[in-house]
Design a protein around this ligand. Structure first.
Ligand SMILES: NC(=O)c1ccc[n+]([C@@H]2O[C@H](COP(=O)([O-])OP(=O)(O)OC[C@H]3O[C@@H](n4cnc5c(N)ncnc54)[C@H](OP(=O)(O)O)[C@@H]3O)[C@@H](O)[C@H]2O)c1
Length: 354
């Protein structure tokens, strides 16, 4: 990928070409797209123009932005004329099809899909963790998988102080991670369940109300890991700059509308006390400690939803490792925000001409 762009890559600006960029959102009507609009507005992103793009199904619909209604247009090759920043969130197929057109038109692309995340010339960025990677790109910047983004916000402060030698992650992932239609399926199937009616799932593979199941991403038959788990492994390594880090992961879809939880055990190269870990996490950007043993109060999706900060708590010694080198923690983050829209807008902010 990007071989077609190699000629132009050297002339591309690493930052946006104007302090007040014209912005396009591809997939503006989706679960992430709507949050992108809200993040841009809430954070007063200095845009000069906003173009909302989606499929032909949504053309003509309007979405609210900064007190006015903006019409959604059908995405096409010519959609990026005059656009400086294109925020893509319409799936990897659309990104593969249209990202080059946006770059050719002079835009910088921040892509929420998995299309380019492992490409060597595409930085995979969580600004608090590896923002320096933005110094080198060829027009496309990848926003990480939601679990990898949220986990690394909590892991990076620990990893900087004491290199992590092994990770184990078990996730509790919400419906919104599978898009707006999956949220609707959770609402509808729960209502049907409570009415005592049967419900045939359309979006997710199994009954969702009062149930949970192995993540719906495609299963790799040989390894027994699904696509989500393989992304978490590869992307966590890449963001932390630890290519060989052993990572074990189990991803589970739970019947929660919004915010992903993850139980993480990190093993360090030396003994680390829970107090030391808590101190490192308390002062870290993008994190909020919720770690009240007395009240048995720890991170919850209900409190993480709508919050920019990732919540971290249940910080304790892993009793499964008598060496004292392992710490267990529980992390919950709004994956539509830090796992997608907010992180993308933070990347865009870092690209602004100062
Ligand atoms: N949800 C998350 O937590 C999350 C986190 C990280 C990354 N992501 C990634 O972000 C992307 C969007 O996810 P989502 O959850 O927002 O999905 P979604 O709710 O299903 O939204 C999909 C969006 O893509 C648009 N779209 C679909 N087909 C299109 C086409 N042919 N042409 C133009 N637009 C088209 C849809 O427009 P219509 O409304 O017109 O169909 C809609 O705006 C995916 O790549 C996903 O992997 C999602």
């Amino acid at each position: 990928m990007l071989t077609k762009l190699d000629d132009t890559a050297s002339t591309l600006s690493r930052r946006l070409r104007t302090p007040t960029p014209a912005v396009a959102i591809v997939g503006a009507t989706g679960a992430v797209g709507v949050e992108l609009l809200q993040c841009l507005e809430r954070r007063n992103f200095p845009l000069s123009r906003l173009r909302l793009l989606a499929s032909a199904r949504s053309a003509g619909r309007t979405l609210p932005f900064a007190g006015r209604e903006i019409a959604v247009e059908e995405l096409g090759e010519a959609s990026f004329e005059g656009i400086d920043l294109a925020l893509f969130s319409a799936g990897s197929g659309i990104s593969r099809q249209y990202a080059d057109a946006a770059v050719r038109a002079g835009a910088i692309v921040v892509d929420n899909s998995s299309a380019f995340r492992m490409h060597a010339d595409v930085p995979l960025v969580v600004p608090e963790v590896n923002g320096a990677a933005l110094a080198s790109h060829s027009g496309i910047i990848a926003n990480p998988n939601c679990v990898a983004a949220i986990a690394t916000v909590a892991l990076a402060p620990l990893h900087r102080a004491h290199p992590i030698r092994r990770l184990n992650i078990a996730t509790y992932q919400s419906a919104s991670g599978a898009g707006a239609a999956a949220m609707e399926e959770l609402r509808e199937s729960t209502a049907a369940y409570l009415r005592g009616e049967s419900y045939r799932p359309r979006i997710l593979p199994h009954p969702y109300a009062f149930n949970f199941f192995s993540h719906n991403a495609e299963m790799d038959q040989e390894s027994g890991y699904n696509g989500e788990e393989l992304k978490v492994i590869a992307e966590t390594r890449r963001i932390l700059g630890a290519d060989e880090l052993p990572v074990g992961v189990t991803c589970i879809r739970v019947p929660v509308l919004r915010a992903h939880g993850m139980a993480i055990t990190a093993t360090f190269d030396e003994a680390v006390t829970p107090e030391k870990a808590r101190g490192l996490l308390a002062d870290a950007p993008g994190l909020k400690l919720v770690d009240d043993r007395g009240a048995n109060r720890f991170p919850m999706p209900s409190e993480a939803s709508g919050q920019d900060d990732v919540l971290v708590g249940r910080i304790r010694k892993d009793l499964g490792d008598p060496s004292g080198r392992s710490i267990a923690l529980f992390v919950v983050g709004d994956q539509l925000l830090k796992g997608a829209a907010l992180n993308a807008v933070q990347i865009a902010e870092a690209l602004l001409v100062r």
